[in-house]
Write a protein that binds this ligand. Structure first.
Ligand SMILES: Cc1cc2nc3c(=O)[nH]c(=O)nc-3n(C[C@H](O)[C@H](O)[C@H](O)COP(=O)(O)OP(=O)(O)OC[C@H]3O[C@@H](n4cnc5c(N)ncnc54)[C@H](O)[C@@H]3O)c2cc1C
Length: 335
């Protein structure tokens, strides 16, 4: 959801919506105990606009806490450390950052059925022709062709690991360069990590990105869940049904067998899958930032409606949950 995106346009019956694009929010405006508007910069000019009723902040779990803190809303000590005058003490702003950490396991595939070989050489122009002629072929496929949810312990009520299966493998994951030979990948993600991080301003400059400290794998239980999730993935790929396709495991590879090996691979290989959530969490405890109606605790005139309000990260991809937050927010605002 864009934080500020609109064009001035009439919608029948003399009702006007004003939309401003390519503007960078600098701060919220606060008068007394109420948020009354926002100031943004566009083409070098700072513009302040006051809201008729409410301001709805939807800058996402990274920038929503940044904008709150730039406006003086947050932990007063932290704000003072960064030269920002505290206006409203809310210690939960920027805390409770939760995310999904993902490792990638790769296998060499014995048949030319993967994107690795089908997206290079003559195969690529053939795929382009096929797409335009029949609207079929590899150009109609996403990379995540299958997903799975498993429990790493039988006593768990719900799955705690999600798999993303891709019929492709990276030679260089950082540069997104595919292997030349056929390969496949299973991304392994722990759904409800215990490790919690923070996202806070590191300067009063609104153009200086906030510091993201995910603290991935700081809780020992998370390393154990990841380890078990990868071992189950290895067992699945070892089943007879996949034997005609799988040559060998490339990463972490057969040498990875002890707990220490798995933990080392987890630490070295994993990264975020950009499911940043929780940094302005909804709730009623002292660390909550918004109430169950998405209204900021302690100051009137502001609601937050984005991934930052999730008290805990959802057990799957986050986009659909954000759509639901937006739907619920719209209903609450109308009510
Ligand atoms: C690379 C990537 C891949 C992903 N893949 C998936 C996926 O496959 N499936 C899935 O379910 N989820 C996926 N996600 C996660 C999903 O996109 C997010 O959970 C979701 O978009 C969060 O929505 P949001 O409204 O909270 O924030 P956002 O979608 O980030 O919206 C925030 C908006 O605020 C704007 N903004 C921020 N600061 C300012 C400012 N100061 N001034 C003006 N505007 C500002 C931003 O430009 C942005 O438009 C992915 C995320 C990334 C980054």
């Amino acid at each position: 959801m864009p934080a500020v995106e609109v064009v001035i346009e009439g919608i029948g019956l003399g009702v006007f919506v004003q939309q401003i694009v390519h503007a960078h929010i600098l701060r919220l405006e606060i008068e007394g105990r109420r948020v009354t508007g926002a100031t943004w910069r566009k083409n070098g000019r700072d513009i302040t606009m006051h809201a008729g009723r409410e301001v709805i902040l939807t800058a996402g779990a990274v920038q929503t806490p940044q904008i709150l803190e730039l406006s003086g809303i947050g932990n007063p000590d932290l704000l003072a450390r960064h030269g920002i005058a505290p206006r409203h003490a809310l210690p939960g702003v920027g805390e409770n950052y939760q995310d999904h950490y993902c490792t990638r396991m790769n296998w060499r595939v014995t048949q030319p059925v993967t994107l690795n070989e089908q997206t290079r050489g003559l195969s690529l122009p053939r795929a382009v022709l096929q797409y335009f002629a029949t609207r079929k072929g590899i150009l109609t496929l996403g990379t995540g062709m299958a997903a799975g949810f498993v429990k790493t312990r039988p006593d768990l009520e719900d799955a705690d690991i999600q798999y993303f299966f891709m019929h492709a493998s990276y030679a260089d994951a950082a540069k997104r360069i595919l292997d030349r030979q056929p390969g496949m990948t299973i991304g392994v993600t722990q759904l409800r990590p215990e490790s919690v991080g923070t996202i806070h301003v590191q300067s009063p400059d609104p153009f200086h990105q906030p510091a993201i400290a995910p603290n991935f794998l700081s809780a020992p239980a998370d390393l154990i869940a990841m380890r078990r999730g990868m071992q189950i993935a290895r067992d699945i790929v070892g089943q007879n049904a996949l034997a005609p396709y799988v040559s060998h495991e490339m990463s972490p590879g057969p040498d990875c067998s002890s707990d220490a090996d798995w933990d080392e691979f987890t630490r070295r290989n994993g990264q975020t899958i950009y499911h940043n959530t929780g940094t302005a969490k909804m709730g009623t405890d002292p660390m909550a930032v918004v109430d169950p109606m998405l209204r900021l605790h302690g100051l009137g005139g502001l609601r937050i409606a984005d991934a930052s309000v999730m008290p805990t990260v959802v057990s799957g991809n986050t986009q659909a949950a954000v759509f639901m937050i937006a739907e619920r927010a719209a209903a609450m605002i109308l009510a």
